[in-house]
Design a protein around this ligand. Structure first.
Ligand code: PRP
Length: 197
């Protein structure tokens, strides 16, 4: 199985504390009567969205956009592809894009342009993780959970070949955790535990 125990980057408790801090920071940045329109970027953003939405002390509405820029490998591979568009109009809403990670910045740049065309009242971004050393575009999120080095991370919504999104913590995926064919060995949740919590 994947030995993720020794490579935990952020424990479930650390994540919980940081998300609460982010929510307070975000809330302070808007007028008191604001309803935030959270637009999560699927698939990776679903876990962060669920946690953030529940600790934000204001009314929220929620929508999703699904894009993809990665293949099965551990590196970004190409242009952004729209897989599922928004269901709700963003016009005159205070939109907060909810991303799990900013890597090259290509996805965020594409989504910002896509949403800006819909005429939102305001448009900001929160990224759970930021990997600035990988940036190919001059772009950054308004709010960032954790800044991380150039390592391939999994868990808390982030996958390797569609697995490991369900880890309640963030771990670094080491090359030894992947088979020669590029598959992760397993992500059977009951066998994985967070030794730091
Ligand atoms: C990941 C992540 C971001 C994007 C960041 O999505 O969720 O949306 O890549 O990379 P970038 O800054 O280099 O554009 P991915 O395409 O892996 O899809 P997923 O969320 O469905 O796993």
């Amino acid at each position: 199985m994947v030995n993720v125990g020794h490579t935990v980057l952020f424990s479930a408790d650390q994540i919980k504390d940081r998300v609460a801090g982010l929510a307070a920071e975000i809330r302070r940045g808007y007028p008191a009567d604001t309803t935030l329109h959270l637009v999560a970027v699927l698939k990776g953003g679903f876990v962060f969205l669920a946690d953030l939405a529940r600790v934000l002390d204001c009314p929220v509405t929620i929508d999703f956009v699904a894009v993809s820029s990665y293949g099965a490998a551990t590196r970004s591979t190409g242009p952004v592809r729209l897989r599922q568009d928004l269901h709700l109009p963003v016009r005159d809403r205070d939109v907060l894009i909810v991303e799990d990670i900013i890597d090259t910045g290509e996805t965020l740049a594409w989504i910002l342009e896509h949403l800006r065309a819909g005429g939102p009242r305001s448009l900001r971004t929160v990224a759970f993780l930021d990997k600035p050393s990988r940036r190919t575009l001059d772009i950054q999120a308004d709010y960032v959970g954790f800044t991380i080095p150039d390592r391939f991370v999994v868990g808390y919504g982030l996958d390797h070949d569609e697995r490991l999104r369900n880890l309640p913590y963030v771990a670094v995926l080491e090359p030894s955790d992947v088979t020669p064919t590029g598959e992760t060995m397993t992500n059977t949740a009951p066998e994985l535990s967070d030794p730091t919590s």
